[in-house]
Design a protein around this ligand. Structure first.
Ligand code: BGC
Length: 769
């Protein structure tokens, strides 16, 4: 836990330079635009501890897995979005001495991330070994208007010296990934050119053969006047640089404006790449930093109009929630169905930037409620595109007849996880993907998505469940053996409640969908069943039998469903009785001890109770929460959010608030001591859910938005924006009052605290409570 970030409602501020925090700050101050992301590395050279990271969405390398004892079904590789050309680099030297904050005396260091406008700035005064003092001011952003563009304005003031300042903008593609399994570099050079103040570098990934072209252009100004002398150019393997030397007197300010265009063969043909990159970068330079920033900023202001959350009376919480929203919007913008959301987004290497069930389980609701419908639809289409691979994946594991098992970790539809032993049997992810289809349709009303997209995916998943579930003669029930639930502190268990519940629910939902399609889209339905050779009568007969006779482990004494068979054999000692020195158990205990223990990493049984709360009475939910939460160590960042929502649902408002606090400033306060690896982007989706579904009590039921808001005790008010079926609402909760404003022309019927409320277009309603 750290607390060096200064509170502010819109800014993230670090004052004073502490090299020990540098990697953490590099993650926190990251910028991105859905197409590329950049850690908050310094532009100038830094020889201290740093994780350099520039990432391009969708550009990955299949790094061979490291497994000792190979088994059938193991993935060949772990895909990772790789570190690519460093486009921010600008070396500075003063009278022959290089600026390097690891070797300089630093004063007034300040790093600021302006979340409202998407701008990163850094200012400091440095004294070099030769006694020369300089004042640096840098600003940079990656445009959300033209997502190929990054821009930097970097100025150096000669505080106490005269002589020469050398400014050397460069592109460096000779980069590596710290998490490379075999310490390999993943790029080879294709072509490069540098001419005066412009150049480009095209690289290709090994194996996957993606090409990324990065073009740069820059101009240098002295006291705001363009410097006309020609720079000197240098090239090396995967590297281009231009050195511009400027004579200065004390007080002079030299500024470099550097523009970069980063594009890849995902979007352009290889033949066109360098031409296009040059075109983009020229346009950027012609527009200039201020104009580019203006259109970028205006788009950010628009994004905030539909996604902002305001909190009065708690600045830390205000900063926390905006940081989560900002980072989610920086990571995914829904323009391309080939892209998805990595657990760390573009802010670090851990988890390889690839897709987990996190997207469907934790992120989808944020985009459903705050972005146009196409954005969340793209997340669903991503999985639809991977259906054939999911079928192949299931096939490899011995399933047939179009059964689909989606990977636990993927980039292109193939399974690719490093820690195969743990995640192999986490087949609950298939349920999350099915649930996302339901969630999307329930929220948006877009039932047409079912034909053909939704149906095809649901059919594949249902076929998988139907084969994965087996009949137990002994129990005279269907069982699901050898699985791992979301709680990864149990492996290879039988009858994990959550997995079985998801399976049965998927079968029920698919049956409903079949009925709906038969009625509403009969021709399309016929086409689909012939395409998928779906024998509705035979296949659904087994589904119905499973629905009726599925086994769920139950503890009759405690009246709770058990997480899995035998969970009640464990020593059930609450986490509160664990010594502080035992926590976190994933760092302090052996894997053997963890697996034997009763401790739960993250919501497991409670994950289904959250998704299917309507299947349970409030006292059922309470009993399960009271049983499981005290045994939960919340050692996944994805854990507190679900508990916060459930706690709110059952009236445990203080608990809900406590859980919320654990998730909302997780990265800003480096709660888990791992922010240096990158931000917990997918858990930020969970934080948003905890706010809106927990405190706001928002649900969608029977095509209506249902609200049950409450205000945490120590806040004065909160206000959030939410979109629903064409309406755009703001909901403000004060101590005794709720104000709902509809900013659209579309009327909506809401249910607030159980009472129907009609809200006409462009109107406001106040309710007491
Ligand atoms: C969690 C998984 C999650 C993964 C990526 C793990 O620690 O247990 O549920 O999918 O992290 O965020």
């Amino acid at each position: 836990m750290k607390d060096y970030i200064k509170y502010h409602e819109w800014l993230i501020i670090e004052e004073g330079f502490n090299p020990e925090h540098n990697r953490i700050s590099e993650s926190i101050f990251s910028i991105g635009n859905g197409k590329m992301g950049q850690r908050a590395n310094f532009e100038e050279k830094y020889s201290g501890d740093s994780l350099r990271g520039s990432y391009v969405a969708g550009i990955y390398y299949p790094d061979k897995t490291r497994v000792g004892w190979w088994k059938n079904g193991y993935p060949e590789y772990f895909a990772k979005i790789i570190n690519s050309t460093n486009w921010i680099g600008i070396n500075i030297s003063i009278n022959g001495v290089e600026l390097d904050l690891a070797n300089a005396k630093i004063q007034s260091f300040k790093r600021v991330l302006d979340m409202q406008h998407g701008l990163l700035t850094r200012t400091f005064v440095a004294e070099l070994k030769n006694g020369n003092q300089l004042e640096v001011n840098s600003q940079r952003f990656v445009s959300i208007d033209n997502t190929a563009i990054g821009a930097i304005r970097y100025s150096v003031k000669a505080v106490n010296f005269s002589g020469e300042i050398s400014i050397s903008p460069y592109l460096d593609g000779d980069v590596f990934n710290e998490d490379s399994n075999y310490d390999e570099k993943f790029w080879v050079e294709v072509s490069k050119e540098i001419n005066n103040n412009e150049g480009y570098l095209t690289l290709e990934t090994l194996k996957t053969k993606f090409q990324v072209c990065t073009a740069m252009k820059f101009q240098v100004l002295k006291n705001n006047q363009l410097v006309n002398s020609a720079p000197t150019n240098f090239v090396a393997e995967k590297y281009i640089e231009a050195v511009q030397t400027v004579k200065v007197n004390a007080g002079d300010v030299v500024t470099v404006e550097k523009y970069a265009a980063v594009i890849s063969s995902l979007d352009f043909s290889i033949e066109q790449l360098s031409e296009k990159a040059n075109e983009f970068v020229t346009q950027a330079q012609n527009a200039g930093f201020d104009l580019l920033f203006e259109s970028h900023k205006n788009l950010w202001l628009k994004k905030w109009e539909t996604s902002d959350i305001k909190i009065e009376g708690d600045l830390a919480a205000q900063q926390g929630i905006r940081f989560n929203i900002f980072q989610l919007n920086q990571t995914y913008s829904g323009e391309d169905e080939r892209l998805n959301i990595g657990p760390k987004g573009f802010t670090g290497e851990k988890y390889g930037g690839v897709t987990y069930w996190d997207t469907e389980a934790y992120c989808l609701p944020f985009y459903l409620s705050t972005a146009p419908i196409e954005v969340s639809k793209k997340l669903l289409l991503y999985r639809h595109r991977h259906l054939t691979k999911a079928i192949e994946n299931a096939d490899k594991l011995g399933f047939n007849n179009g059964a689909a098992l989606y990977p636990m970790v993927t980039i292109n539809g193939e399974e690719c996880h490093n820690e195969w032993e743990i995640t192999f049997e986490e087949i609950h992810r298939n349920g999350a993907i099915a649930y996302a289809i339901y969630n999307y349709i329930n929220y948006t009303g877009d039932r047409e998505y079912l034909a053909p997209y939704g149906f095809e995916v649901l059919l594949g998943i249902s076929r998988f469940w139907s084969q994965r579930i087996t009949w137990s003669e002994k129990k005279q029930k269907y069982v699901m053996l050898g699985v791992t639930g979301p709680n990864e502190y149990e492996n290879n268990v039988n009858n994990n409640f959550h997995t079985s519940y998801m399976a049965v629910w998927t079968l029920k939902y698919t049956l409903e969908v079949v009925e709906f399609l038969q009625k509403e889209f009969p021709y399309l339905y016929e086409e689909m069943i012939s395409k998928w050779k779906f024998n509705a009568i035979k296949e659904t007969k087994r589904w119905k039998d499973i629905i009726e006779k599925m086994y769920f482990p139950f503890d009759t004494e405690r009246n709770v469903y058990l997480q899995q068979d035998g969970f009640d054999d464990k020593e059930l000692i609450p986490v509160s009785e664990l010594a502080a020195s035992d926590k976190p158990i994933n760092q302090k205990w052996s894997w053997d001890r963890i697996l034997r223990s009763c401790y739960i990493k993250q919501a497991d049984t409670l994950q289904s109770m959250f998704w299917f709360e309507n299947d349970f009475s409030e006292s059922d939910l309470k009993r399960h929460f009271d049983f499981y939460e005290p045994l939960t160590v919340h050692e996944s960042s994805l854990s507190p959010c679900i508990h916060s929502i459930l706690a709110a649902k059952i009236g445990y408002q203080q608990k809900s608030y406590e859980m919320y606090l654990r998730t909302s400033r997780l990265d800003l306060d480096d709660y888990n001591n791992d922010t240096e690896d990158g931000l917990h982007i997918t858990s930020m989706g969970g934080t948003w859910m905890a706010f809106v579904m927990g405190f706001g009590g928002v649900r969608v039921r029977d095509n209506k938005m249902v609200l049950n808001p409450f205000l945490p005790n120590n806040w004065k008010s909160y206000q959030f924006r939410i979109g629903f079926r064409g309406a755009h609402l703001s909901l403000k909760k004060e101590r005794e009052k709720l104000t709902i404003t509809n900013y659209s022309n579309v009327a909506v019927i809401l249910e607030v605290w159980g009472i129907p409320v009609l809200l006409e277009g462009n109107s406001t309603k106040e309710l007491d409570k």
